[in-house]
Design a protein around this ligand. Structure first.
Ligand code: DGL
Length: 257
């Protein structure tokens, strides 16, 4: 069994390509909704929470591999988590490298949570892979909320997400931006409305497919088939509303603790 962690439903955008690459793999999806959202918290809060939670889960569930399907937790705490756990950990970091490979205008946008876009990890990825690009950044808590609402059955339109794209486009040089990195795992769940709001000429990249390749390479032929189950760290009405979407992603058994 592999364990996938996010603060909420964002990690489903990572679960889907993993399950496409490894059909039938046993997955425990953990949504730390008691700590949601991560993106407005301090580095200390996120690191402490994620290390403690993953330590407990690793001991109790003994996963073969952990995937931190959250850019905020990964860019802040991946190093700490790897240092304290004796199980392999795959993180999710902003897909700046594929964005730089794709961009013709050499202006790329990084759309993540407020916590992610201020991380030195993003500076390092930009310097290493996009040193000849103008890298614009915008942090959005609103898109995280909209993704949660959409998976709970609410209608989300291009008009709802447009102001968040404007947060990139309205920056100096933003009119030349041709590629946007979805640097929060919640955002690919809004991919169609983001594309509609952006119009032609802007493409989106995220890390899902790359993470699935990494997971498949690490596991090789040695992976267990089994059901998909979801664990939430708090029980509330939102969890009940998410059940149909969770089932759609193959998570039929849902528990809240
Ligand atoms: N899905 C998470 C990420 O990739 C963050 C959402 C939140 O703010 O909790 O950054």
């Amino acid at each position: 069994m592999i364990l996938i962690l996010d603060s909420g439903v964002g990690g489903l955008s990572v679960l889907a390509p993993i399950r496409a690459a490894l059909p039938g793999i046993a997955v425990t999806y953990v949504a730390d909704n008691a700590g949601f959202p991560y993106g407005t918290k301090s580095e200390m809060e996120v690191a402490t929470r994620v290390c403690a939670l993953l330590g407990r889960l690793a001991e109790r569930l003994r996963p073969a591999l952990i995937v931190i399907a959250c850019n905020t937790a990964s860019t802040i705490a991946l190093g700490h988590v790897r240092a304290v756990l004796d199980v392999g950990v795959v993180g999710t970091v902003p897909a700046i490298k594929p964005a730089a490979e794709r961009s013709l205008s050499r202006v790329i946008g990084v759309l993540g949570t407020q916590a992610t876009v201020r991380q030195p990890y993003v500076d390092r990825l930009s310097a290493e892979f996009a040193s000849d690009c103008l890298v614009l950044r915008h942090g959005s808590a609103r898109l995280v909320e909209l993704a949660e609402a959409r998976l709970a059955g609410e209608v989300v339109t291009a008009g709802d997400v447009a102001p968040e794209l404007a947060g990139l486009r309205d920056q100096p040089g933003g009119e030349r931006m041709d590629t946007v990195v979805l640097a929060c795992t919640h955002f690919p769940l809004l991919g169609d409305v983001l594309a509609e709001a952006a119009g032609e000429g802007i493409g989106f990249v995220d890390g899902g497919a790359g993470i699935a390749r990494r997971v498949a390479a690490l596991l090789g032929d040695d992976w267990e088939r089994g059901p998909g189950r979801a664990i939430f760290t708090r029980d509330d009405a939102h969890v009940a509303a998410l059940r149909p979407a969770l089932a759609h992603f193959g998570l039929d058994e849902v528990t809240a603790v």
